[in-house]
Each structure stands twice: as C-alpha cells, then as structure tokens.
Design a protein around this ligand. Structure first.
Ligand SMILES: [Zn+2]
Length: 278
C-alpha cells in the first residue's frame, strides 16, 4: 500500500531540524487498542490498533529521548507557561479497552509515564462489556488505574456521532458520561474526547458543542484533527497525533517533532482525503 502521508512526513523530517524543544508545541498521542489482534485489513492511515511490541518500542523511544508525560488537563497550563520547560508529551487512549489495563499500563508504569484514558461510560460496567467487538475495562480496573496515576476523561455515554443529535441529546451524552465517571471514581472529570472524525470545518456546531462542554463543567478536550497543541489551540478541541503499529520509530519520531502536522491541511480542506491517500 502506498503511504503518501509517510513519504511526505519523512521528507519533512529530513529537511528540517527538530522543533519539539522550546517551541511551545506539545504533541498529544492518540491510541485506541493495544493488542495482538491488529486491524491490518485497512490502509495504515486508518488503523487504530498498536501491537504491544510496537507500543513498548515507542514508549522506550520517548524515555530515551527525555520526554516527560502530562495529563490532558495539564496541557493548557504548560503551553501557556514559559517556553523553556522540558520536552513534554501527552499520551491518550480512546474507548476504554481492557487491553489498556493488560498491555499499555505495565509499560507506562515501567517508564514512569502517565496517560489519559477516555471512557464511553455505557461500556464500562461492573461486569465486563464490549465495544466494537473488543472488551472494555471494568470500574474496578478503572479505579485501580486511577490510584496508580492514570487520568480519565469522558468519551460520551454511547459513543454517538454527536453532530447528528439534537441539543438535548448532546447535553445528556456529554454530562451523563461525566457524572458516571465522577460517581465511580469520586473525583472530578475535566477532559473530553470527541468520538469519530471531528467536523473541524463546522464552526457553528463547534461553537454550540464548546458551550455545552463548558456548561457541563469540562475545562479541556481533544479531537481527531491532526497536529500538536499550541497556545492558540482551542482548549476543548486540541489536536492529536494518531499512532498505530505502522509507526516505526522513524515515523513516530517525525510525528513528535512536528513533521506530521501538515496532514491537518488536507484533513481540513478535503473530506476526500480518504481517496487521495489511497
Ligand atoms: Zn472512540
């Protein structure tokens, strides 16, 4: 499969120096499943599963490169603070899969890293449930991770296409999930991750959703738009860098250093980026 995004990114990375350090831009990595059961039938750009071996290599690279990790709720403060702070990265996981508990957490712990996990609250229960054919964590596991320093955010209740819902349903998805997680963890939930592809171009919808999130008590959030976070970023829809098993260390490092940020342009301009990349 031809990967235009990879070819362009690596040529960008080769042609310029690292701008991660001292640049006021924080990379936020977006993971979903960490599993041996990979989604290899799709184009690498659309895959969401990372094998435990590749994940271990990526975390070892962050550690070797001197990165410190911060939770999503801490990004804003860091990006607005003095620019001489250390190399920072935020690591996020969507969908609350059980494989985070099994495969990702032990590796994060080994390197002293933290992460933020976004839960679709309907699929997290006292008995194990499944979301899209993959097992999710239970509340007991979520509580155990919370006590070990992992942060949790909301990923709605049922993981719907929020743009297709009316305002009252959006409100209940956004605040229902926050309430459930807060009740189970006994701690406030500040962050939100938008499910599915983020409608970057729909400013009217974004404005409405930002208001609903703020009213519900959220202070920050992330989405699927590609890029790193800057002082100018919308705190409710911070960009992320998608990662999967196809990110060998060369591509992974190029993404961290900003060589993948160009993807935000075709992503925003053209919904047809899908066919373009193929
Ligand atoms: Zn999701």
């Amino acid at each position: 499969m031809i990967r235009l995004d990879r070819v362009v990114t690596l040529s960008f990375a080769a042609s310029r120096r690292s701008d991660t350090r001292l640049s006021g831009r924080i990379p936020v990595l977006m993971y979903h499943g960490i599993s041996h059961d990979e989604d290899t039938g799709r184009h690498p750009y659309y895959r969401t599963v990372t094998s435990p071996q590749v994940f271990e290599k990526q975390m070892a690279h962050l550690h070797r490169s001197g990165y410190s990790t911060i939770g999503v709720h801490q990004i804003r403060r860091e990006v607005e603070g003095p620019a001489e702070s250390a190399q920072l990265v935020s690591i996020t996981f969507d969908d609350g899969y059980h494989d985070f508990y099994v495969h990702a957490f032990p590796v994060l712990k080994k390197y002293g890293f933290t992460a933020t996990v976004f839960l679709p609250s309907q699929f997290i229960a006292h008995q194990r449930r499944q979301f899209r054919g993959r097992e999710c964590m239970t509340w007991n596991e979520v509580r155990e991770l919370k006590e070990s320093g992992i942060s949790f955010g909301s990923h709605t209740v049922t993981h719907p296409q929020l743009r297709e819902l009316d305002a009252s349903d959006v409100k209940s998805e956004v605040s229902g999930s926050k309430c459930s997680i807060e009740q189970e963890l006994g701690a406030p939930v500040d962050s939100f991750a938008y499910p599915y592809a983020f409608p970057e171009e729909d400013t009217e919808f974004k404005g409405r959703l930002r208001g609903i999130l703020a009213d519900a008590g959220y202070t920050c959030g992330v989405c699927t738009s590609v890029g790193r976070v800057t002082k100018q970023s919308d705190p409710y829809f911070m960009r992320r860098l998608p990662v999967n098993s196809c990110d060998d260390i060369r591509l992974f490092d190029a993404k961290l250093r900003g060589a993948y940020d160009w993807v935000s342009h075709p992503q925003k301009w053209a919904k047809s980026v899908k066919s373009w990349l193929r």
